[in-house]
Design a protein around this ligand. Sequence first.
Ligand SMILES: NC(=O)c1ccc[n+]([C@@H]2O[C@H](COP(=O)([O-])OP(=O)(O)OC[C@H]3O[C@@H](n4cnc5c(N)ncnc54)[C@H](O)[C@@H]3O)[C@@H](O)[C@H]2O)c1
Length: 309
Amino acid sequence: MDKKVTVVGAGNVGETTAQRLAEKELCDVVLVDVVEGMPQGKALDLSEAAPIEKHDARISGANDYDISEGSDIIIITAGIARKPGMSRDDLISTNAGIVKIVTQEACKLSPKAIIIVVSNPLDAMCQVAYETSGFPKQRVIGMAGVLDSARFRTFIAMELNVSVENTHAFVLGGHGDTMVPLPRYSTVAGIPITELLPKDRIDALVKRTANGGAEIVSLLKTGSAYYAPASAAVEMAQAILMDKKKILPCAAYLEGEYGIHNLFVGVPVKLGRRGVEEIIQVKLTEKEHAALHKSAEAVRQLVNSLQTT
Ligand SMILES: NC(=O)c1ccc[n+]([C@@H]2O[C@H](COP(=O)([O-])OP(=O)(O)OC[C@H]3O[C@@H](n4cnc5c(N)ncnc54)[C@H](O)[C@@H]3O)[C@@H](O)[C@H]2O)c1
């Protein structure tokens, strides 16, 4: 492959991301993790599946960053995941330290890469990666909205018994309890769901979406979701690697867009070869605007708490 993606953290999200990237033949993949032998073992296992899965992506694993040199994209999934009863915000102090170290190490050898942050709490970890890397804002992007809107789309399809492929959904804001799913902009075959479902059903789907991560954590008990998160990270990587100019909801650094300053918050962006190529600003009602600002305020408090520790 002529592209290289490094996935830092070879745990549940990282290994599944590596698998999907390779099976789609998007790039060669480097898996990096601190656990000795583990990324090497997973990379070898994934490589041995290649003849059956019919792809020629090279997958390698390491405990340091040497083989990651010159990566086009660095996907950061390193850190701890939440357990039942924990919120994403409870992970902040441990994961901030981890994200800082891995950003420093990975960016040294791949100074032109685009960073996709997955580790939680997502929006605050984007801020850590942005400040640590010194990369321009277009090259640091957080994965959350693609996952949150995929969850919303799944629930809409289940409710209306239609193909998931007919659904589009729109989620703004931070990746937390204050996220802002927008039913007005969520459609089935182009028809807004507000014309297809009564308000109480939409409210229930919105609530389930906002609680989507916790629902899986409470079922799994030993970790958090990873199949859908990996799919979401790969959709973003694919848009960048193939310069698709795809509009996806991502955490992007805002400098006045939506009236929000100097903060990573989930908004629709155009993803292409240069990373975030445009931030799309849609018209919001007063209520939606207020909900977005409430969500941004929660992100800002979390970021501020990092700066005081
Ligand atoms: N943004 C989202 O929507 C979203 C979705 C799912 C998970 N997540 C987050 O992604 C992260 C990973 O989740 P997971 O389920 O894969 O967890 P996991 O515990 O399975 O994997 C995390 C991996 O990171 C590794 N790691 C820790 N410190 C490291 C370091 N300094 N360098 C390299 N690797 C290191 C660990 O050894 C482990 O293998 C968590 O923070 C989780 O909350 C985010």
